[in-house]
Design a protein around this ligand. Structure first.
Ligand SMILES: *Cc1c(COP(=O)(O)O)cnc(C)c1O
Length: 452
């Protein structure tokens, strides 16, 4: 073998093909929505590509571009209105390429101080938005699911510590709208949910107090998993009321703002988050409403030392990174090796400015209000409830689930929009989630027309 190895020689032609594709994608004013895929066609495109001697860059990219990429519905299209869309800024996408090409990791201060300092600058900005104290800190993890699991592991262990029994059976309070990832985390952590009965799908301090008063062992409920922006309807729990109960009883307050945390930037919405400053842990996904590429969740603890007690990994070969009083992001979640995934947001925030972020998040809230007005003005649609944050639930009078599914298929075929139904109080309904600042009311009107 001669050095350098042929896999590690720069090939300008390959770079032109791949970077040309990247540039083309970045230049698009609107990403194409594209289509669901059929396995037979995808298998045909993949056939023979992995071989002993390798395939040409041009051929692999051609099959990716012409077949594979067309079978991925673009979450960053402004016509993608399902689930929670994505809308990464151009600057964030560009810098994501830098993170990749520089193999930027953010494991320990010893290895990656420069990257970690920049990530921490963004975490501080988020902590300030929430009003968390100077002691707060955390780490960017893969997604809200990972953030919730890591935070609730700390909540559980802190609860057990307070009870004086490291194996105590403890419970964590949830509501009917708590995200599925929290239930998944509780299952993994072997923690029972403590379901709280609520009115209008909003977890309040009063409802929690009532549920605890009716329970035989309320001291075993050691934490609350509150939501600041439910995924299905954008509802923000009564964080101030919950914080009060947590304070009285020494419970941990976790706030899941994976989707809705970004609403802290919107002046008209800020008051709805009152109490968030008392959170013991808080998450928000930059890959949702903070215009970063996949995958990224900011996880912040009021007292990072508590997280370190749970998550820092001990191993003889790791001793060198634990010798100093330095910030090691790996110590704050269930992971070790990690991409410096906070940097695309950091770069975008630096070059665009906070004002652009405030404007772009506000656009989502305003679009929900404008879309709601258009629904009310139509003859055939009606609102299921008032929109909250950037989510609108609506119904087409007389429709069943099959009709909404048919609409989804028709809209994709015509590349008008991606709109999947959800269920609300047992009924199949339509739902819009607005994240992309380039979504227009005309796009929404096209969907409303397609419902006739
Ligand atoms: C999306 C979401 C999650 C899960 O986040 P992922 O990044 O998809 O893992 C958790 N909670 C809420 C409220 C969400 O909207």
């Amino acid at each position: 073998m001669t050095l350098p190895h042929r896999m590690h020689i720069f090939d300008p032609d390959a770079a032109d093909v791949v970077l040309g594709y990247v540039r083309e994608r970045l230049e698009m004013a609107e990403a194409p929505l594209d289509f669901p895929g059929a396995d037979a066609a995808l298998q045909g495109a993949l056939a023979g590509l992995i071989s002993d001697s390798g395939s040409s860059v041009a051929e692999v990219m051609r099959r990716y571009d012409e077949v594979l990429s067309r079978a991925v519905i673009s979450a960053d299209s402004p016509r993608y209105l399902s689930f929670i869309p994505a809308a990464p800024s151009k600057a964030a996408l560009l810098f994501d390429t830098v993170v990749s090409c520089a193999s930027l990791q953010g494991i320990s201060w010893l290895e990656a101080a420069g990257a970690i300092a920049a990530e921490n600058q963004v975490l501080r900005w988020i902590a300030d938005l929430a009003g968390l104290p100077a002691s707060a800190g955390g780490v960017f993890v893969q997604g809200g699911t990972a953030g919730n699991l890591s935070a609730l592991a700390v909540a559980r262990d802190e609860g057990r510590r307070r009870l004086g029994d490291p194996k105590a059976a403890v419970r964590i309070a949830v509501s009917g709208q708590t995200h599925s990832s929290v239930h998944n985390a509780l299952h993994i952590l072997d923690v029972e949910p403590f379901p709280v009965e609520v009115t209008d799908h909003r977890l309040t301090g009063e409802a929690l107090r009532r549920a605890l008063a009716a329970d035989a062992n309320p001291q075993t409920v050691v934490a609350v998993a509150a939501t600041s922006g439910t995924t299905n309807a954008g509802i923000i729990d009564d964080l101030a009321g919950l914080a009060q109960v947590c304070d009285e009883r020494g419970m941990w307050l976790h706030v899941d703002g994976a989707y809705g945390g970004a609403g802290l930037l919107v002046d008209s919405q800020r008051g709805r988050y009152a109490g968030i400053e008392h959170a013991d842990s808080f998450i928000v996904d930059p890959h949702k409403w903070l215009f970063a590429p996949f995958d990224s969740c900011a996880l912040i603890y009021r007292d990072p030392a508590a997280a370190r007690r749970v998550h820092a990994q001990e191993a003889s070969y790791l001793d060198v990174i634990h010798t100093e009083d330095e910030w090691n992001p790996s110590d704050y979640a269930h992971h070790l090796t990690r991409r410096a995934r906070g940097l695309p947001l950091w770069f975008s925030l630096c070059v665009n400015g906070v004002g652009a972020y405030r404007q772009a998040v506000t656009a989502g809230v305003e679009m929900a209000q404008v879309a709601a007005a258009a629904i009310e003005a139509s003859e055939h649609l009606e609102l299921v409830r008032e929109p909250s944050l950037s989510i609108v639930l609506w119904r087409r009078k007389g429709w069943t689930l099959a009709d909404y599914q048919d609409l989804q298929d028709r809209l994709l075929k015509s590349q008008t929009a991606f709109v999947t139904p959800t269920s609300w109080e047992g009924e199949a309904v339509g739902r819009f989630a607005f994240i992309h600042p380039n979504t227009t009311i005309e796009m929404v009107q096209e969907v409303i027309e397609a419902c006739r």
